[in-house]
Design a protein around this ligand. Structure first.
Ligand code: ADP
Ligand code: MG
Length: 382
Protein backbone atom coordinates (compact mmCIF):
# COMPACT_ATOMS: atom_id res chain seq x y z
CA UNK A 1 0.00 0.00 0.00
CA UNK A 2 1.38 3.41 -0.93
CA UNK A 3 2.20 6.00 1.73
CA UNK A 4 -0.72 8.19 0.66
CA UNK A 5 -3.17 5.27 0.87
CA UNK A 6 -1.95 4.42 4.33
CA UNK A 7 -2.54 7.98 5.43
CA UNK A 8 -5.97 7.98 3.81
CA UNK A 9 -6.79 4.91 5.91
CA UNK A 10 -5.38 6.49 9.05
CA UNK A 11 -7.53 9.59 8.59
CA UNK A 12 -10.64 7.46 8.00
CA UNK A 13 -10.02 5.34 11.07
CA UNK A 14 -9.26 8.37 13.24
CA UNK A 15 -12.44 10.07 12.00
CA UNK A 16 -14.56 7.06 12.83
CA UNK A 17 -12.98 6.80 16.27
CA UNK A 18 -13.53 10.48 16.96
CA UNK A 19 -17.09 10.83 15.71
CA UNK A 20 -18.56 7.34 15.55
CA UNK A 21 -19.38 7.31 11.83
CA UNK A 22 -17.34 7.37 8.58
CA UNK A 23 -16.23 10.60 6.85
CA UNK A 24 -18.09 11.91 3.81
CA UNK A 25 -14.92 12.79 1.88
CA UNK A 26 -11.17 12.27 2.26
CA UNK A 27 -8.35 14.04 0.43
CA UNK A 28 -4.61 13.42 0.64
CA UNK A 29 -2.16 16.15 -0.44
CA UNK A 30 1.65 15.97 -0.58
CA UNK A 31 4.37 18.19 0.84
CA UNK A 32 7.12 19.39 -1.45
CA UNK A 33 10.77 20.10 -2.00
CA UNK A 34 11.94 23.04 -4.06
CA UNK A 35 14.96 22.14 -6.15
CA UNK A 36 15.95 25.74 -6.73
CA UNK A 37 14.20 29.13 -6.78
CA UNK A 38 14.12 30.41 -3.20
CA UNK A 39 12.46 33.72 -2.33
CA UNK A 40 11.60 34.11 -6.01
CA UNK A 41 7.89 33.28 -5.88
CA UNK A 42 6.73 36.54 -4.31
CA UNK A 43 9.00 38.38 -6.75
CA UNK A 44 6.97 36.93 -9.64
CA UNK A 45 9.94 34.76 -10.58
CA UNK A 46 10.56 31.08 -11.26
CA UNK A 47 10.52 28.09 -8.92
CA UNK A 48 11.20 24.39 -9.47
CA UNK A 49 9.31 22.34 -6.88
CA UNK A 50 8.35 18.67 -6.78
CA UNK A 51 5.78 16.96 -4.55
CA UNK A 52 7.23 14.37 -2.17
CA UNK A 53 6.01 11.14 -0.62
CA UNK A 54 5.00 12.83 2.62
CA UNK A 55 1.34 13.80 2.94
CA UNK A 56 -1.47 15.38 4.88
CA UNK A 57 -4.84 13.61 4.82
CA UNK A 58 -8.09 15.30 5.77
CA UNK A 59 -11.24 13.26 6.45
CA UNK A 60 -14.36 15.36 6.66
CA UNK A 61 -18.12 15.18 7.01
CA UNK A 62 -20.67 17.97 6.66
CA UNK A 63 -23.07 18.56 9.54
CA UNK A 64 -26.71 19.58 9.47
CA UNK A 65 -26.02 22.59 11.70
CA UNK A 66 -23.26 25.21 11.63
CA UNK A 67 -21.00 23.62 14.22
CA UNK A 68 -17.38 22.87 13.54
CA UNK A 69 -15.20 20.23 15.22
CA UNK A 70 -11.58 19.67 14.19
CA UNK A 71 -8.96 17.20 15.35
CA UNK A 72 -5.38 16.51 14.39
CA UNK A 73 -2.99 13.68 15.06
CA UNK A 74 -0.29 16.30 15.72
CA UNK A 75 -2.08 18.32 18.35
CA UNK A 76 -4.01 17.25 21.42
CA UNK A 77 -7.58 18.31 22.09
CA UNK A 78 -9.95 19.56 19.47
CA UNK A 79 -11.07 22.84 17.97
CA UNK A 80 -14.82 23.31 18.53
CA UNK A 81 -16.81 26.31 17.28
CA UNK A 82 -20.46 27.25 16.80
CA UNK A 83 -19.76 28.52 13.28
CA UNK A 84 -17.02 29.86 11.02
CA UNK A 85 -15.25 32.64 12.95
CA UNK A 86 -14.64 35.99 11.23
CA UNK A 87 -11.05 36.14 12.43
CA UNK A 88 -8.16 33.78 13.06
CA UNK A 89 -8.12 31.90 16.36
CA UNK A 90 -4.34 31.65 16.58
CA UNK A 91 -4.01 27.88 16.39
CA UNK A 92 -3.67 25.13 13.77
CA UNK A 93 -7.41 25.14 13.15
CA UNK A 94 -6.98 28.44 11.28
CA UNK A 95 -5.59 26.55 8.27
CA UNK A 96 -8.90 24.70 7.91
CA UNK A 97 -11.19 27.55 8.95
CA UNK A 98 -9.56 29.99 6.52
CA UNK A 99 -10.08 27.64 3.59
CA UNK A 100 -13.69 26.99 4.64
CA UNK A 101 -14.27 30.75 4.80
CA UNK A 102 -12.83 31.22 1.31
CA UNK A 103 -15.13 28.52 -0.03
CA UNK A 104 -18.12 30.04 1.76
CA UNK A 105 -17.19 33.47 0.43
CA UNK A 106 -17.23 32.22 -3.15
CA UNK A 107 -20.00 29.65 -3.15
CA UNK A 108 -22.27 30.73 -0.32
CA UNK A 109 -22.13 29.76 3.29
CA UNK A 110 -22.16 26.01 3.77
CA UNK A 111 -23.05 23.88 6.78
CA UNK A 112 -20.64 23.15 9.61
CA UNK A 113 -18.33 20.17 9.42
CA UNK A 114 -16.23 17.71 11.35
CA UNK A 115 -12.70 17.04 10.20
CA UNK A 116 -9.72 14.94 11.21
CA UNK A 117 -6.15 15.62 10.04
CA UNK A 118 -3.54 12.86 9.75
CA UNK A 119 -0.05 13.64 8.50
CA UNK A 120 3.49 12.39 8.04
CA UNK A 121 4.98 15.74 6.97
CA UNK A 122 7.18 17.24 9.68
CA UNK A 123 5.66 20.55 10.73
CA UNK A 124 7.58 23.76 10.19
CA UNK A 125 10.52 22.07 8.49
CA UNK A 126 9.93 23.82 5.16
CA UNK A 127 8.28 20.84 3.47
CA UNK A 128 4.96 22.68 3.26
CA UNK A 129 2.83 20.87 5.78
CA UNK A 130 0.65 24.00 5.75
CA UNK A 131 0.14 24.05 1.98
CA UNK A 132 -0.66 20.33 1.96
CA UNK A 133 -3.15 20.82 4.79
CA UNK A 134 -4.89 23.68 2.99
CA UNK A 135 -5.13 21.79 -0.27
CA UNK A 136 -6.37 18.61 1.42
CA UNK A 137 -9.08 20.45 3.34
CA UNK A 138 -10.10 22.44 0.25
CA UNK A 139 -10.41 19.35 -1.93
CA UNK A 140 -12.28 17.40 0.76
CA UNK A 141 -14.66 20.25 1.57
CA UNK A 142 -15.36 21.03 -2.10
CA UNK A 143 -16.09 17.36 -2.70
CA UNK A 144 -18.36 17.14 0.32
CA UNK A 145 -20.26 20.22 -0.88
CA UNK A 146 -20.38 18.94 -4.47
CA UNK A 147 -18.51 21.94 -5.89
CA UNK A 148 -16.12 21.61 -8.84
CA UNK A 149 -13.18 23.93 -9.13
CA UNK A 150 -10.10 24.03 -11.38
CA UNK A 151 -6.78 23.16 -9.67
CA UNK A 152 -5.30 26.63 -10.21
CA UNK A 153 -8.36 28.26 -8.68
CA UNK A 154 -8.10 25.92 -5.67
CA UNK A 155 -4.43 26.83 -5.26
CA UNK A 156 -5.29 30.53 -5.35
CA UNK A 157 -8.10 30.05 -2.86
CA UNK A 158 -5.74 28.27 -0.45
CA UNK A 159 -3.08 30.94 -0.87
CA UNK A 160 -5.68 33.64 -0.20
CA UNK A 161 -6.59 31.85 3.02
CA UNK A 162 -2.98 31.58 4.18
CA UNK A 163 -2.32 35.24 3.31
CA UNK A 164 -5.57 36.74 4.55
CA UNK A 165 -6.85 34.52 7.34
CA UNK A 166 -3.79 32.78 8.79
CA UNK A 167 -1.71 35.88 8.15
CA UNK A 168 1.39 34.46 6.45
CA UNK A 169 2.44 36.30 3.29
CA UNK A 170 3.43 33.25 1.28
CA UNK A 171 3.50 32.72 -2.48
CA UNK A 172 1.52 30.16 -4.45
CA UNK A 173 4.23 27.54 -4.99
CA UNK A 174 3.26 25.18 -2.16
CA UNK A 175 -0.42 24.92 -2.98
CA UNK A 176 0.17 24.79 -6.72
CA UNK A 177 2.62 21.90 -6.29
CA UNK A 178 0.32 19.95 -3.97
CA UNK A 179 -2.38 20.18 -6.65
CA UNK A 180 -0.54 19.83 -9.93
CA UNK A 181 2.57 17.70 -9.27
CA UNK A 182 3.32 14.64 -11.34
CA UNK A 183 5.39 11.68 -10.10
CA UNK A 184 9.00 11.63 -11.29
CA UNK A 185 8.81 15.27 -12.35
CA UNK A 186 9.50 18.73 -11.05
CA UNK A 187 7.33 21.68 -12.02
CA UNK A 188 8.93 24.70 -13.60
CA UNK A 189 6.47 27.34 -12.47
CA UNK A 190 6.44 30.91 -13.67
CA UNK A 191 4.96 32.73 -10.68
CA UNK A 192 4.03 35.73 -12.84
CA UNK A 193 2.02 34.02 -15.60
CA UNK A 194 1.36 30.85 -13.56
CA UNK A 195 2.35 28.85 -16.61
CA UNK A 196 3.91 25.53 -15.71
CA UNK A 197 5.97 22.86 -17.37
CA UNK A 198 6.89 19.40 -16.15
CA UNK A 199 10.59 18.59 -16.26
CA UNK A 200 11.83 15.04 -15.65
CA UNK A 201 13.77 14.36 -12.47
CA UNK A 202 16.75 11.99 -12.40
CA UNK A 203 16.15 8.26 -12.24
CA UNK A 204 16.90 6.05 -9.24
CA UNK A 205 20.66 6.39 -9.56
CA UNK A 206 20.41 9.74 -7.83
CA UNK A 207 18.44 10.44 -4.65
CA UNK A 208 17.02 13.45 -2.81
CA UNK A 209 17.91 13.61 0.83
CA UNK A 210 16.61 16.21 3.24
CA UNK A 211 18.74 16.96 6.27
CA UNK A 212 16.64 18.74 8.87
CA UNK A 213 18.59 21.07 11.19
CA UNK A 214 15.69 20.74 13.64
CA UNK A 215 16.12 24.39 14.49
CA UNK A 216 13.80 27.24 13.71
CA UNK A 217 15.29 30.59 14.65
CA UNK A 218 13.02 33.31 16.01
CA UNK A 219 14.09 35.60 13.23
CA UNK A 220 12.37 33.56 10.52
CA UNK A 221 9.00 35.22 10.05
CA UNK A 222 10.06 38.83 10.68
CA UNK A 223 13.02 38.39 8.34
CA UNK A 224 10.73 36.89 5.68
CA UNK A 225 8.48 39.94 5.71
CA UNK A 226 11.50 42.23 5.80
CA UNK A 227 13.00 40.55 2.71
CA UNK A 228 9.71 40.98 0.88
CA UNK A 229 9.69 44.67 1.74
CA UNK A 230 13.32 45.07 0.64
CA UNK A 231 12.58 43.39 -2.70
CA UNK A 232 9.55 45.61 -3.24
CA UNK A 233 11.64 48.68 -2.48
CA UNK A 234 14.34 47.57 -4.94
CA UNK A 235 11.74 47.04 -7.67
CA UNK A 236 10.19 50.45 -6.97
CA UNK A 237 13.60 52.08 -7.16
CA UNK A 238 13.93 50.64 -10.68
CA UNK A 239 10.41 51.69 -11.63
CA UNK A 240 9.31 48.05 -11.98
CA UNK A 241 6.30 46.27 -10.53
CA UNK A 242 8.47 43.34 -9.44
CA UNK A 243 12.08 42.17 -9.57
CA UNK A 244 11.07 39.69 -12.24
CA UNK A 245 11.69 42.31 -14.90
CA UNK A 246 15.04 43.38 -13.44
CA UNK A 247 18.35 42.34 -15.01
CA UNK A 248 21.94 42.31 -13.74
CA UNK A 249 22.54 45.60 -15.57
CA UNK A 250 19.92 47.29 -13.37
CA UNK A 251 21.75 46.48 -10.15
CA UNK A 252 24.02 49.51 -10.10
CA UNK A 253 20.97 51.76 -10.19
CA UNK A 254 19.82 50.45 -6.81
CA UNK A 255 21.38 52.86 -4.33
CA UNK A 256 20.83 51.01 -1.08
CA UNK A 257 23.55 48.32 -0.81
CA UNK A 258 21.29 45.93 1.11
CA UNK A 259 18.46 46.22 -1.40
CA UNK A 260 20.99 45.78 -4.21
CA UNK A 261 22.18 42.49 -2.73
CA UNK A 262 18.62 41.26 -2.24
CA UNK A 263 17.84 42.08 -5.86
CA UNK A 264 21.00 40.36 -7.04
CA UNK A 265 19.91 37.18 -5.31
CA UNK A 266 16.50 37.26 -6.98
CA UNK A 267 17.93 37.99 -10.44
CA UNK A 268 20.63 35.32 -10.26
CA UNK A 269 18.28 32.81 -8.62
CA UNK A 270 15.75 33.15 -11.45
CA UNK A 271 18.55 32.45 -13.92
CA UNK A 272 19.59 29.40 -11.88
CA UNK A 273 16.06 27.99 -12.00
CA UNK A 274 16.02 28.23 -15.78
CA UNK A 275 19.47 26.63 -16.01
CA UNK A 276 18.39 23.81 -13.66
CA UNK A 277 15.24 23.14 -15.68
CA UNK A 278 17.38 23.03 -18.79
CA UNK A 279 19.79 20.51 -17.27
CA UNK A 280 16.84 18.30 -16.31
CA UNK A 281 15.26 18.57 -19.76
CA UNK A 282 18.57 17.50 -21.27
CA UNK A 283 18.64 14.57 -18.83
CA UNK A 284 21.87 15.90 -17.36
CA UNK A 285 20.91 16.07 -13.67
CA UNK A 286 24.50 16.17 -12.49
CA UNK A 287 24.49 19.68 -13.91
CA UNK A 288 22.35 20.63 -10.91
CA UNK A 289 25.35 20.38 -8.57
CA UNK A 290 26.99 23.77 -9.16
CA UNK A 291 23.56 25.40 -9.40
CA UNK A 292 22.54 24.14 -5.94
CA UNK A 293 25.79 25.29 -4.35
CA UNK A 294 25.57 28.69 -6.05
CA UNK A 295 21.99 29.08 -4.81
CA UNK A 296 23.14 28.38 -1.28
CA UNK A 297 25.91 30.97 -1.49
CA UNK A 298 23.53 33.55 -2.88
CA UNK A 299 21.00 32.89 -0.09
CA UNK A 300 23.77 33.01 2.50
CA UNK A 301 25.55 36.15 1.33
CA UNK A 302 23.20 38.25 -0.80
CA UNK A 303 19.86 37.36 0.74
CA UNK A 304 21.25 36.67 4.23
CA UNK A 305 18.70 34.04 5.24
CA UNK A 306 20.94 31.07 6.07
CA UNK A 307 22.21 30.16 9.53
CA UNK A 308 25.18 28.29 10.97
CA UNK A 309 23.29 25.01 11.15
CA UNK A 310 22.31 25.09 7.46
CA UNK A 311 25.79 26.20 6.38
CA UNK A 312 27.29 23.35 8.38
CA UNK A 313 25.11 20.71 6.68
CA UNK A 314 25.82 22.10 3.20
CA UNK A 315 29.57 22.29 3.87
CA UNK A 316 29.61 18.72 5.17
CA UNK A 317 27.67 17.52 2.13
CA UNK A 318 29.97 19.39 -0.25
CA UNK A 319 32.93 17.53 1.19
CA UNK A 320 31.62 14.15 0.06
CA UNK A 321 32.37 12.68 -3.38
CA UNK A 322 28.93 11.00 -3.49
CA UNK A 323 27.11 14.32 -3.24
CA UNK A 324 26.11 16.09 -6.46
CA UNK A 325 24.96 19.30 -4.81
CA UNK A 326 23.28 20.78 -1.74
CA UNK A 327 21.66 23.97 -0.54
CA UNK A 328 19.45 25.36 2.17
CA UNK A 329 15.80 25.04 1.27
CA UNK A 330 12.82 27.16 2.30
CA UNK A 331 12.54 30.56 3.90
CA UNK A 332 15.75 30.13 5.90
CA UNK A 333 16.99 30.43 9.51
CA UNK A 334 16.51 26.71 10.03
CA UNK A 335 14.53 23.94 8.43
CA UNK A 336 16.12 21.59 5.92
CA UNK A 337 19.08 21.36 3.62
CA UNK A 338 18.34 19.63 0.32
CA UNK A 339 21.01 17.19 -0.83
CA UNK A 340 21.23 15.49 -4.22
CA UNK A 341 23.39 12.40 -3.92
CA UNK A 342 24.31 9.17 -5.63
CA UNK A 343 21.73 6.69 -4.30
CA UNK A 344 24.42 4.23 -3.35
CA UNK A 345 26.00 6.88 -1.12
CA UNK A 346 22.93 7.90 0.86
CA UNK A 347 23.81 5.92 4.00
CA UNK A 348 27.34 7.32 4.06
CA UNK A 349 26.10 10.86 3.52
CA UNK A 350 23.65 10.58 6.40
CA UNK A 351 26.32 9.24 8.67
CA UNK A 352 28.85 11.91 7.75
CA UNK A 353 26.31 14.73 8.17
CA UNK A 354 25.06 13.31 11.46
CA UNK A 355 28.53 13.07 12.90
CA UNK A 356 29.78 16.45 11.73
CA UNK A 357 26.60 18.22 12.79
CA UNK A 358 26.59 16.61 16.24
CA UNK A 359 30.20 17.64 16.79
CA UNK A 360 29.29 21.27 16.31
CA UNK A 361 25.74 21.52 17.63
CA UNK A 362 25.48 18.60 20.06
CA UNK A 363 22.34 17.29 18.44
CA UNK A 364 21.55 15.17 15.39
CA UNK A 365 19.81 16.31 12.25
CA UNK A 366 16.73 14.37 11.14
CA UNK A 367 16.82 12.81 7.67
CA UNK A 368 14.04 12.29 5.15
CA UNK A 369 14.65 10.36 1.95
CA UNK A 370 12.07 11.56 -0.51
CA UNK A 371 10.96 10.92 -4.08
CA UNK A 372 8.76 12.88 -6.44
CA UNK A 373 5.10 11.84 -6.44
CA UNK A 374 1.76 12.94 -7.91
CA UNK A 375 -0.24 15.84 -6.55
CA UNK A 376 -3.42 15.62 -4.46
CA UNK A 377 -5.24 12.32 -4.65
CA UNK A 378 -8.64 12.80 -6.19
CA UNK A 379 -10.97 12.79 -3.23
CA UNK A 380 -13.32 9.90 -2.94
CA UNK A 381 -16.71 10.86 -1.67
CA UNK A 382 -18.32 7.91 0.06
P1 ADP B 1 5.60 24.23 6.90
O1 ADP B 1 4.53 24.53 5.93
O2 ADP B 1 6.97 24.50 6.37
O3 ADP B 1 5.53 22.86 7.50
P2 ADP B 1 4.34 26.39 8.31
O4 ADP B 1 4.76 27.19 9.49
O5 ADP B 1 4.06 27.10 7.04
O6 ADP B 1 5.45 25.26 8.12
O7 ADP B 1 3.04 25.57 8.68
C1 ADP B 1 3.00 24.80 9.84
C2 ADP B 1 1.64 24.91 10.48
O8 ADP B 1 0.65 24.18 9.70
C3 ADP B 1 1.55 24.30 11.85
O9 ADP B 1 2.00 25.22 12.84
C4 ADP B 1 0.09 23.97 11.98
O10 ADP B 1 -0.65 25.12 12.35
C5 ADP B 1 -0.28 23.58 10.56
N1 ADP B 1 -0.21 22.12 10.39
C6 ADP B 1 0.70 21.41 9.68
N2 ADP B 1 0.48 20.08 9.77
C7 ADP B 1 -0.59 19.93 10.56
C8 ADP B 1 -1.33 18.80 11.06
N3 ADP B 1 -0.99 17.54 10.76
N4 ADP B 1 -2.39 19.05 11.86
C9 ADP B 1 -2.75 20.30 12.17
N5 ADP B 1 -2.11 21.40 11.74
C10 ADP B 1 -1.04 21.23 10.96
MG1 MG C 1 4.06 26.42 5.07
Amino acid sequence: MSASHQLDQRARTAFREAFGYPPGAVAVAPGRINIVGEHTDYNEGFVLPAAIDRHVAVALRLRRDRQIALRSDRYGGSVALDGLPPRRQGNWGDYLLGVARQISGRFGEGPGFEAVVASDIPVGAGLSSSGALEVAVAVALLAARGIEMAPLAIAQLCQASENGFVGARTGIMDQFTALRARGGNAILLDCRSLEDEYVPLPDGRLAWLLADTRVRHELASTAYNQRRTECEAAARMLGLTSLREATADDLERIQDPVERRRARHVITENARVLRAADALRRRAPRGLGPILYASHESLRLDFAVSCRELDCLVELAAGMPQVIGARMMGGGFGGCALVLTESTGTDDVEQHLSQGYAEEFHRSPAFYRVRAVDGVMPERAM
